[in-house]
Design a protein around this ligand. Structure first.
Ligand SMILES: Nc1nc2c(ncn2[C@@H]2O[C@H](COP(=O)(O)OP(=O)(O)O)[C@@H](O)[C@H]2O)c(=O)[nH]1
Ligand SMILES: [Mg+2]
Length: 326
């Protein structure tokens, strides 16, 4: 057993061992593979899990005919963000409005049974949002909790038309049942339970129906010390541009631009990196060999002097322009 497996891995492994159906086992395996750090020490284990996954997928296909083995959605772009909430909270409408996807929207609750990914544009990058079925998960939606645990962040939709505080709290309770914690408030759990802390944003939706602003103010005063809170109306188009910016900021990513000597940088095509990334990280993300080959780089933006030479451990800032010398 390779060292350095985080406790969440063993939690998922336990779920794998106790899962009753092949589909549940696949969900647990997917989670184990997502959690596992990727390095030489885990290569063997990764291969073993893959082969188990292949066998289970065959078994699941035999059992269920055409039913999809899993709703797992492959991450596209720098982050995968799940849009969650109670029935009718405006999840599908938001995903339909700010991404290229078109999930079904309806006046009656619980229209969404599956998960629909879409890409949200923010300036020159695209971020993946996933429309999900309402909380709590219905029977057969065993794949929802692992999907939320794996997401990079959650957008919690709370309808502002009435009872917003109770709705927000219901979301937090449902998440806790999935062992996901989004608020800084203390939670009481058994000592052996491992929790999944998750970045989240509370979105008060349908603010056009909260004319006196009461529900939004109540949400703000209850949660703003623990969590970011914002409000939108897809109907009137309010708060949506600000929402894109808040989502971008909560991801802790930066954009840097590469240039060739003597040429301008292509500002339409950033390299997206985690905040705190170095020149070396940027080089590797462009090409895996570039990390080793990198001799030095020139940087515009983060230094006091434009075009300064920098070494591979130099920490990059958002919107830096870099010229790699290999
Ligand atoms: N007034 C108003 N209605 C909205 C808004 N956003 C969504 N709705 C309505 O709320 C209902 C549920 O929306 P939907 O996106 O399907 O909710 P979901 O169940 O969370 O996916 C639909 O009738 C939408 O037209 C909004 O900003 N303002
Ligand atoms: Mg929906």
């Amino acid at each position: 057993m390779p060292a350095n497996l985080p406790p969440q891995y063993f939690e998922a492994e336990k779920r794998f061992r106790t899962a009753k159906s092949p589909l549940e086992k696949i969900a647990a395996l997917e989670e184990m593979m997502a959690i596992m750090p990727k390095h030489k020490g885990t290569d063997h284990l990764r291969a073993e899990l893959r082969s188990r996954m292949a066998k289970l997928t065959q078994l699941a296909a035999k059992k269920s005919g055409t039913q999809r083995a899993s709703m797992a959605i492959e991450k596209e772009g720098p982050a995968q963000i799940a849009v969650i909430g109670l029935p009718n909270s405006g999840k599908s409408q938001l995903v339909a409005t700010i991404t290229n996807a078109s999930p079904a929207i309806a006046e009656y609750p619980i229209t969404t049974h599956s998960a629909t990914p879409g890409m949200m544009e923010f300036e020159n990058i695209k971020i993946q949002l996933i429309d999900t079925p309402p909380l709590p998960p219905q029977p057969g939606q065993w794949w929802l909790p692992p999907m939320l645990r794996q997401a990079d962040a959650l957008l919690v939709m709370v309808d502002l038309s009435d009872n917003s505080l109770a709705k927000a709290e219901a979301n937090i309770v449902e998440l806790l049942k999935m062992k996901i914690v989004i608020s800084k408030a203390k939670v009481e759990v058994e000592p052996e339970v491992i929790l999944w802390p998750k970045k989240a944003l509370i979105i008060g939706s349908k603010m056009d129906l909260d004319r006196d602003n009461k529900d939004y103010q109540a949400l703000l005063s209850k949660y703003k010390r623990q969590l970011p809170v914002t409000a939108i109306s897809t109907k009137e188009g309010t708060g949506l541009e600000e929402l894109r910016l808040i989502i971008y900021r909560m991801l802790d990513i930066i954009r840097v631009y590469t240039k060739m000597p003597g040429k301008r940088a292509d500002l339409a095509d950033p390299v997206v990196l985690k905040k705190g990334s170095t020149l070396n990280d940027a080089a590797i993300s462009i090409h895996k060999d570039f990390g080793q080959k990198l001799k030095y780089a020139r940087i515009w933006g983060s230094g006091k002097h434009d075009g300064i030479m920098a070494k591979r451990d130099h920490i990059l800032q958002d919107s830096d322009v870099i010229e790699l010398h290999l």
